[in-house]
Design a protein around this ligand. Structure first.
Ligand code: NAD
Length: 506
């Protein structure tokens, strides 16, 4: 894999600002609140308040990047991309493994900061989310070396060499619900492919990206190969995706923003990989293991429903509908809502006041249209703040926003179905196609139903099993493209075939 250079562009920023490093102390951990550009911290004259959803307190004032900051970061990335892209794959892989080591050594710090910043469970960060961040780096480091070996082949006596060449500067823009895990799922393969990265984290949870910057520099990553521009989506985010120096855009977020990103990408013909929202069905057939199905169905409230893959539409076979819902309501009563830092807590708060009002708007509209809240149905008045009760609506009229729009909160619906055909029809009655879950004791049925569901991932008798070597992405409005394993390299790299005739040796 060799450096091929990014497309030419002219930086419109002609001054380099003085390096600074404003730091906040969050849960005892020092975090830079500035950008990271070319291996140095950089401030902006403006800052935005980072508010913790746990208690709505301001925990940091973060640099508010603009088009000039983006220009500096893309220029720095472009400069570093050459050295990083020329670094032999074995050495690149070693650096990625060292980043993973750094993540593992700082799991506790990353976990407490991320929980304070986005309100998701501390115990999940410690046990699964941050270890997965490290795994993102290790997996793509190893995959890089595997592709190196697999690239040698032949055709009609000619030697062929497939290579995944660095493509230049990758823009990574992500959401707040699992900020570091989702960002590194894009950053790790982009770096492995030899690209430099400019990362614009979500303004609702910007801090873990800053810690990753420290870890990457400590690991010996070429300065400028990983840059962080903090800021607001409509400002720094929009400037980044419109930048002509960017050669790949990896965006994770809502469908609405995805459309804006795709439009900006189209103007520069920049390839974009979009991982967007979902409204996934969760099918429960009468022959399913009832306890396993129940546990996973209640588990759809995880992270207060702020999970893109959540199966928010429960579709239940009519013969078990009433009994299942009775058990569901009982089991939901045992879900503990509270401070996400407490080990006993199952569900924390919603991310922001604005999002809380949005979720509440869906629920109020549901009540108004005659949908019935079998469980929950409003804010958690005992806890106050941004805590919203796990809610399940039944008798929801066809076409209701509760069935068609992504709420991204702890709000599920239940619908009965008579037979397999109706289950599939209801499941596919959506503009989304991110994931689907099926609980059944019949393997032949699982296969039939799985084949007919429109979704990037179908889980049968399980949920959230994520093989990093498998294709991942959304159908319909849930996204464009697939990543994972080789699919990631196919996106981030410039894939090339060198064909050499047998006589070339002379
Ligand atoms: P969002 O679309 O509001 O924001 C996502 C990111 O885009 C943020 O960093 C934001 O600053 C940035 N942004 C906003 N406007 C922009 C613009 N004009 N140009 C460029 N960037 C811009 O989404 P969110 O509320 O942060 O996240 C929730 C959404 O993300 C949900 O729809 C959820 O389903 C989706 N999501 C999808 C996946 C997946 O893998 N498919 C994973 C997690 C979340």
């Amino acid at each position: 894999m060799t450096w091929s250079g990014t497309r030419p562009y002219r930086s419109h920023t002609n001054h380099l600002e003085e390096p600074t490093d404003e730091r906040a102390v969050v849960e005892g951990v020092e975090v830079s609140t500035d950008h990271l550009v070319g291996g140095q911290r950089l401030a902006s004259s403006d800052r935005f308040a980072d508010v913790s959803p746990i208690d709505e307190q301001i925990i940091a004032q973060v640099a508010r990047g603009d088009a000039d900051t983006v220009d500096l970061a893309v220029a720095a990335a472009d400069g570093a991309a050459e050295a990083w892209g020329r670094t032999p794959p074995k050495e690149r892989a070693a650096v990625l493994h060292r980043i993973a080591d750094g993540v593992e050594a700082r799991v506790e710090e990353l976990s407490v900061v991320e929980t304070r910043d986005n309100g998701s469970l501390l115990r999940s960060h410690r046990r699964s989310v941050m270890p997965r961040v490290a795994r993102n780096f290790r997996f793509f480091a190893d995959k890089l070396l595997e592709l190196e070996r697999e690239g040698e082949t032949s055709f009609n006596g000619n030697r062929e060499r497939f290579s995944w060449d660095p493509s230049g500067v990758t823009a990574v823009i992500g959401p707040w619900n699992a900020p570091l895990m989702l960002a590194t799922w894009r950053i790790a393969p982009a770096l492995a492919a030899g690209n430099a990265v400019v990362h614009k984290p979500a303004e609702w949870a910007p801090l873990s990206a800053s810690l990753l910057g420290d870890i990457a520099l400590d690991a010996g990553l070429v300065p400028g190969a990983y840059n962080v521009v903090q800021g607001i989506g409509e400002e720094a985010g929009a400037a980044l995706v419109a930048h002509p120096g960017v050669t790949r855009i990896a965006f994770t977020g809502s469908v609405e923003t995805g459309r804006l990103v795709a439009a900006a990408a189209a103007a520069n013909l920049t390839p974009a990989s979009l991982e967007l929202g979902g409204k996934s069905p969760f099918l429960i057939f009468a022959d399913a293991d009832p306890s396993a199905a129940l546990d996973q169905a209640v588990g759809q409230f995880d992270n207060a429903g702020q999970v893109c893959l959540a199966g928010t539409r429960l579709l239940i076979e009519s013969s078990i509908y009433d009994a299942f819902l009775e058990r569901f309501a009982e089991a939901t009563g045992h879900v503990v809502q509270g401070d996400p830092r407490d080990e006993a807590t199952d569900i924390g708060p919603l991310i922001s006041r604005e999002h809380f009002e949005r979720v509440d708007g869906f629920v109020r509209a549901g009540h108004a249209e005659g949908s019935k809240a079998l469980v929950g149905g409003g804010p958690n008045d005992d806890l106050g703040g941004l805590y919203y009760r796990p809610t399940l609506f039944v008798d929801v009229p066809r076409g209701s926003a509760l069935l068609t729009r992504e709420v991204f909160g702890p709000v599920l619906t239940a619908q009965p179905f008579r037979d397999e055909a109706e289950a599939i029809a209801l499941a596919n009655e959506t503009e989304y196609g991110l994931a689907a879950t099926v609980y059944t004791g019949d393997e032949a049925r699982a296969r039939r139903v799985g084949e007919q569901l429109v979704a990037g991932t179908v889980w049968v008798n399980c949920f959230f099993v994520r093989d990093l070597d498998a294709p991942f992405g959304g159908s319909r409005n849930s996204g464009i493209g697939r990543e994972g394993g080789r699919w990631s390299f196919d996106f981030y790299a410039d894939v090339k075939n060198v064909v050499t005739a047998p006589s070339s040796g002379g």
